[in-house]
Design a protein around this ligand. Structure first.
Ligand code: CAA
Length: 679
């Protein structure tokens, strides 16, 4: 059956797309829409057109899988121009998500109606491109530059009610009567003297907005978008909507789009989009594997981690019982959860009522027996195997049969924990990243005996609580922390070759990481695991801690910090390090910023390849997903494995050899064959 079908309802032609799962505007859809518009134009009995979609959503955008392939007509801009040029009014009837090219189709229509749950947006910027089918020129003309600019530059969709307020949607209609309402709307405008044509509108364009307005927007709204190329191109395109007539503006848009779509950043960000979706697919699990119901969660430990984990479930409407050993610690934990919610409410993320609803779902307790009815219990206690084993044995005896027991360990062997229970098939790791209520990543650790249903349940649950989950095997540090370790070793080795900590950190922040290894140490506290009594000035860390340079909390560590926690290099630290270098007998080295970066990142790629080799990650793109969502690896490089593919695996292998590393056989093999890690 054709993906586009038409039927006549009186004098209205109803054009319906059925292209699951998201009605992406692939070639067949575009051709079908063009044919439908031709039918409407040539048939005198048709006086208006309604465009709508079946399934879960209105067109969710261009078909991303077509990017980078030779284009096959009709092009989306042409189809939209045809719709807009129709003498007969065209109405978009929107449900689900009208995104990207989908919203551009709607903007080409003369009118837009939507149900309340619909969302509308131009998220192209997140794929490293800009709306390339007239969106940057039509949206400002329909809603004004001030409303259009953030939608295009930041890419976040807005709810239908907000869209109605800014004039993007003409009417909100009842959920179960979208098409009927579309037809009724169409009938009501047949015979009107004229219909609004988005590209011809000038009423919303404020031509007084100049450099100041755009510079101010860049300063305030684009700070977090440092390193990304597309946002600036979006600003320039929107600016063209003020400065140029529509036809010229569209040319500018195409020119900017062309540059972005063929660039590395957009390839990387498309990779990230598909990588996140691929991550949710678990190898070796039958399609009919059931998802277990999780209606009640228990959490052990009300510290920073336990509290953060609890908030995920509370916010998703799932009741949580949280356990601590002492009343004080329990009270403190609960009050921090409340404070976090109140802070979010102050920023407009929750209403006061929602805060109370979340808190009402929380039951604090000192008695482990209160976890008995939980469907899932997550321990977030001290990182020590004996303590964890003890807790797992106790939980196994108390918590009802069939419930899942999970460890939030960041390094330890989940198989060992499972072995002390009688339900090893219901044990797995759920490694959240701090702050657990904010960070998007969840590593699901598949232990040797974890049942498929348990894994599938964890994956489904991760979606429910808004996480991006990746399945990892049991190995020290799983995917993320395991790869952090060779980077830290490389950083320490360079320190001992006389490279300054700030040059090492800067190499990573210039690359786009939020911070380097020494900034990270200062943030975490250098005295983590340091013992004052036993300290004997043996390591750089010993000396720093002995001099009370214990990190940001004491105002100094590898760096000196001002009252705003801004770092400056420290002469004292430089001297301490120089002393160690002299003592070691190493010849001080000097590396370019690029070499410092490669010395830090190539060993990570190598470790990633070993992780793949050992089957600890299902696919290279899962590793990219971990690093982007858990450690702030710059998404516009696609993640460590994609980045390595981009610069060439042969370059990475040569570098590793030159820096004295043992190269992973898988990496060496792929490099020799000219293959990529992400194939
Ligand atoms: N093209 C191709 N495939 C797409 C797609 C698109 N635009 N959007 C989603 N899909 C695929 C996904 O890859 C996924 O495939 P698998 O099941 O094989 O993994 C499937 O559709 C379902 O997607 P999700 O798992 O993401 O489903 P969801 O319900 O969680 O979310 C969504 C639905 C909100 C529409 C989300 O998929 C999304 O945000 N899609 C991208 C929207 C977008 O960026 N549109 C702009 C495209 S670029 C453009 O339009 C350029 C232009 O100007 C012409």
């Amino acid at each position: 059956m054709s993906v586009i079908t038409t039927r006549q309802d009186g004098d209205v032609l109803v054009v319906t797309s059925n292209n699951p799962p998201v009605n992406a505007l692939g070639q067949a859809v575009r051709a079908g829409l063009a044919d439908a518009m031709a039918q409407a134009a040539s048939d005198d009995s048709i006086k208006a057109v309604v465009i709508t979609c079946e399934g879960r959503t209105f067109f969710a955008g261009a078909d991303i899988t077509e990017f980078g392939k030779p284009p096959v007509g009709p092009s989306l801009p042409d189809v939209i121009d045809t719709i807009e040029a129709s003498k007969k009014p065209v109405i978009a009837a929107i449900h689900g998500t009208a995104l990207g090219g989908g919203l551009e189709v709607a903007l080409g229509c003369h009118y837009r109606i939507a149900i309340a749950s619909a969302k509308l947006g131009l998220p192209e910027v997140k794929l490293g491109i800009l709306p390339g089918a007239g969106g940057t020129q039509r949206l400002p003309r329909v809603v004004g530059v001030e409303a259009a600019l953030p939608m295009i530059v930041k890419g976040d969709p807005i709810p239908a009610a907000a869209a109605e307020r800014i004039g993007l949607v003409d009417k909100l209609v009842a959920d179960d009567q979208l098409v009927e309402s579309g037809v009724a709307f169409a009938k009501s405008v047949i015979g009107a003297a004229s219909h609004p044509v988005s590209s011809a509108r000038t009423d919303k364009i404020d031509s007084s907005l100049g450099d100041d307005f755009f510079d101010n927007f860049r300063k305030i709204e684009m700070r977090r978008l440092k390193g990304f190329e597309a946002p600036e191109a979006c600003v320039q395109a929107v600016r063209a909507a003020i400065d140029l007539p529509f036809e010229e503006g569209v040319k500018k848009e195409r020119e900017l789009f062309g540059k972005l779509v063929s660039g590395t950043q957009s390839q990387a960000l498309r990779h990230v989009f598909f990588a996140e979706r691929a991550a949710s697919k678990i190898d070796g699990i039958a399609a009919d594997t059931p998802v277990l119901p999780i209606n009640q969660v228990g959490i052990l430990g009300a510290g920073t981690m336990g509290g953060g984990i609890a908030m995920n479930f509370l916010s998703a409407g799932i009741p949580v019982t949280i356990l601590e050993r002492e009343q004080d610690a329990l009270d403190r934990g609960v009050s921090i959860i409340r404070k976090n919610y109140e802070r979010s409410a102050a920023r407009g993320k929750f209403t006061a009522e929602q805060v109370e609803q979340c808190m009402a779902r929380l039951t604090p307790t000192l008695d482990m027996n209160d976890l008995a009815d939980s469907d899932l219990v997550i321990e977030a206690i001290f990182e020590n195997m004996d303590v964890k084993k003890d807790v797992f044995a106790k939980l196994d005896a108390i918590v009802k049969p069939g419930a899942i027991l999970a460890s939030n360990t960041s390094y330890l062997n989940v198989d060992e924990m499972a072995a002390v229970t009688k339900r090893a098939d219901h044990v797995l790791g759920l490694h959240f990243f701090s702050p657990a209520n904010v960070m998007r990543l969840l590593e699901i650790v598949r232990a040797a005996k974890t049942a498929p249903a348990v894994l599938k349940t964890a994956m489904a649950l991760s979606k429910k609580i808004g996480k991006v989950a990746v399945v990892a095997g049991v190995c020290h540090g799983f995917i993320g922390n395991r790869m952090l370790s060779p980077r830290q070793q490389a950083a320490n080795a360079m320190l001992m070759q006389g490279i300054k900590p700030w040059d090492i950190d800067d190499a990573l922040t210039d690359f786009g990481m939020p911070m380097g290894p020494f900034q990270m140490s200062d943030l975490a506290g250098l005295d983590l695991g340091w013992n004052k009594e036993k300290s004997n000035s043996e390591t750089i860390r010993d000396v720093l801690c002995e001099r009370d340079r214990r990190g940001q909390k004491t105002g100094k560590g590898f760096y000196d910090y001002d009252e705003n926690r801004r770092r400056t290099p420290s002469a004292e630290v430089e001297e301490i390090i120089a002393g160690f270098v002299a003592k070691s007998g190493e010849t001080p080295q000097s590396y370019s910023a690029e070499e410092i970066r490669d010395r830090l990142l190539f060993p990570m790629v190598n470790e990633g390849a070993k992780i793949l080799e050992e089957g600890m990650a299902q696919r290279a793109s899962d590793i990219d997903t971990v690093w982007i969502n858990g450690y702030g690896w710059p998404a516009y490089t696609g993640g460590p494995m994609f980045w390595a593919d981009t610069i060439g695996l042969d370059v990475v292998v040569e570098g590793l050899k030159a820096y004295g590393h043992q190269v992973s056989p898988l990496l060496a093999d792929k490099a020799a064959k000219g293959e990529k890690l992400n194939s």
